[in-house]
Design a protein around this ligand. Sequence first.
Ligand SMILES: Nc1nc2c(ncn2[C@@H]2O[C@H](COP(=O)(O)OP(=O)(O)OP(=O)(O)O)[C@@H](O)[C@H]2O)c(=O)[nH]1
Ligand SMILES: [Mg+2]
Length: 356
Amino acid sequence: MMQVKRFVAPSYAEALIKAKHELGVDALIVESKKVRVGGVLGLFGKVMTEVTVASDLAGAPSRSPAPAPAPNQANLEREIAALRAAVTKLAEREHGTGHRQVPLTGYHRKVFEELVARGVEEAAALDLGRRAGSDSTDGRRRLRQELDRLLGPSSPTDLVPGQRQVLALVGPTGVGKTTTIAKLAARFALEQGLSVGLITADTFRIAAVEQLRTYAEILGVPLHTVDTPAQVAEALRATAAHDLVLVDTGGRNHKDPARMAELRELLAVIRPDETHLVFSLSANPRDAFEALDYYMPLGVNRLTFTKLDEASSPGLMLNVRMRCPHPIGYITCGQSVPDDILSADRADFTKILLGA
Ligand SMILES: Nc1nc2c(ncn2[C@@H]2O[C@H](COP(=O)(O)OP(=O)(O)OP(=O)(O)O)[C@@H](O)[C@H]2O)c(=O)[nH]1
Ligand SMILES: [Mg+2]
């Protein structure tokens, strides 16, 4: 299947690097043009390069799912558990005890079907449908309450000038961490007039540092790149007087123990007030659950969801939230910096999960 995607970056080279990084070296440039990217206060109203790239999904290397790991005890157990669940489900359907056999009527049925269509797991959709009831008159109100209860309480970053808060984003590659850091930096520095510092530990790829440096320069906020624990300590000293310090980390293959150990060490030195695990809502739900298992032990205490604009299954938000006790911090809904971000306490979860 062909996938066509647009990449916008300050330069042709950077856009190309982004495209090839995400879609693989064989991706074809279909078109390139200059575009003006608008934004708040005209600050981002600058000319950027947009490249449109086509790639064969079957052959896209860097973003295609990782090959199945060699079987080991844990994997086998997981596989067996999944098989057992599938067999039980089939048996339930056969004997009329499965969810699909429950006679659903009226609003209840509508809610169930719409939630499932948006990727909410069947059991949760059924429960929410039941709680909404069959009468649509106050069903939606009840549903709203339930969704707010399940997805909230959200937790906006509460900044007090002079009291530094450190916020780090971690998560799989390409989910939108750096873009979200740029949005948050712009929002807090420009809209709230707070003093913001940036630290990036993603120094492995030159393009990644340059991506953040570009935003830092535009915003006029300092960027510290850190490679070693000593540099981290130095960056923390240098940013002591800021109101907010945002820490970007490189996306990593969570199945690589060495890379995860590096991240654990980094977080142990930084000790962020908020550590957000970032999920893309356009990602495969199974990958998301796996990421949850690997990242949670690192001290994650917030969830952030990106790419709501591209999400075919925003229900992932609920499925993840139900497996994890931590509140949602932010939801992002587009590539535009700094506009396309929403503090979760402003989110209309009913609209997100049920549509209009
Ligand atoms: N549609 C959409 N695209 C987004 C959103 N947030 C980020 N992106 C895009 O996702 C791509 C990857 O974004 P990055 O911010 O570089 O992702 P990252 O997590 O820092 O990536 P790594 O550092 O490589 O792990 C870019 O093309 C972004 O423009 C969003 O909310 N919606
Ligand atoms: Mg990044």
